[in-house]
Ligand binder design. Structure first.
Ligand SMILES: NC(=O)c1ccc[n+]([C@@H]2O[C@H](COP(=O)([O-])OP(=O)(O)OC[C@H]3O[C@@H](n4cnc5c(N)ncnc54)[C@H](OP(=O)(O)O)[C@@H]3O)[C@@H](O)[C@H]2O)c1
Length: 278
């Protein structure tokens, strides 16, 4: 039995689907089973990583777990996992983690690095999946796309190599079900560096109408974002974007190396999700 936490999220949902397609027994953890709408083949359990008492039933009979990074929850999760006989943990981490830094460069990196360290200390078999920018970040424009032909953002010439959530999941699934990934730290990206302006245009092409990015001052975007995202995370994200203006984003080929299939393009992602932007 494989436990998937974060199972209702962009990546976790794909992990559940791909494990089922590979013939695995899957238990999906969510804080709200009534709203989860997970595939019927998965056993859905109520659990909260912040409530350790909910974990032992979720971990019973589990041999490998896909872990979503919730700050402060790793020690209790790993203790419960070891008690239950889990042998392997695959963490959804972040490319922001810097192995060479004495102090992690930003709060996003620090959050994931602490959890990676705790897993390492646990002695369990472990794989750290470290994706760069998700293609799903384009959902932040969904409201603007549905109501107009212009997406207002700062840093239109900032570049990322957006990765399809199905590719992140595919690497996670390999690490869960096959040998040879213990200790790996997989930096994952999409196949191509694209500016945010390019990405807006590509979403428009998939949705069937011309879309363009119009730059707004960073402070305007910052004020809008801090309504829904913690301020230090907003500042980290704005800083990363500002520094990626006019630079090619890092592209790795790890998805293909691990799964045997090239990473999906952003155009493929936009086509897969075109209805969400109509
Ligand atoms: N966006 C990016 O560009 C990017 C890049 C690199 C890394 N990342 C990392 O990837 C992760 C986001 O992945 P995602 O987009 O797949 O997630 P998501 O769609 O935001 O979903 C969040 C998931 O976490 C679960 N969750 C939250 N708190 C929980 C708790 N206390 N106990 C149990 N489950 C909990 C939710 O489950 P329920 O609500 O069903 O309980 C849900 O399934 C983050 O760690 C982020 O730092 C993101």
């Amino acid at each position: 039995m494989i436990l998937v936490t974060g199972a209702t999220g962009n990546v976790g949902r794909n992990v559940v689907e791909q494990l089922l397609a590979a013939g695995q027994q899957v238990r999906a953890l969510t804080r709200d089973p009534d709203r989860a709408s997970l595939p019927p083949g998965a056993e859905v359990v109520r659990g909260d990583l912040s409530e350790p008492g909910t974990l032992p039933p979720a971990l019973q009979g589990v041999t490998a777990a896909f872990l979503y990074a919730v700050p402060g929850t790793a020690p209790a999760f790993l203790k419960a996992a070891k008690d239950a006989g889990v042998r392997r943990v695959v963490l959804l981490s972040s490319i922001a983690v810097d192995d060479d830094a004495e102090v992690q460069p930003n709060p996003i990196a620090a959050l994931h690095a602490v959890i990676e360290d705790t897993i390492e200390e646990s002695g369990l078999e472990r794989t750290f999946i470290r994706p760069g920018a998700f293609a799903t970040n384009a959902y932040q424009w969904q409201g603007q796309v549905k109501t107009g032909d212009v997406v207002r953002l700062p840093f239109g010439q900032a570049a990322t190599a957006p990765i399809h959530e199905a590719d992140i999941a595919a690497v996670g699934v390999q690490a869960l079900i096959s040998d040879g990934h213990d200790g790996a730290r997989y930096q994952l990206t999409g196949p191509r560096s694209l500016t945010l302006s390019d990405q807006v245009r590509i979403v428009g092409e998939a949705a069937g109408r011309p879309l363009r990015l119009e730059e707004v001052p960073p402070e305007v975007a910052r004020q809008a974002m801090i309504q829904r995202v913690p301020e230090e995370i907003v500042d980290t994200l704005m800083d990363l974007q500002a520094r990626s203006v006019g630079r090619e984003a890092l592209v790795t080929h790890t998805v293909e190396k691990v799964t045997g299939r090239p990473a999906r393009t952003f155009a493929q992602w936009a086509a897969d999700h075109a209805d969400d932007f109509r």
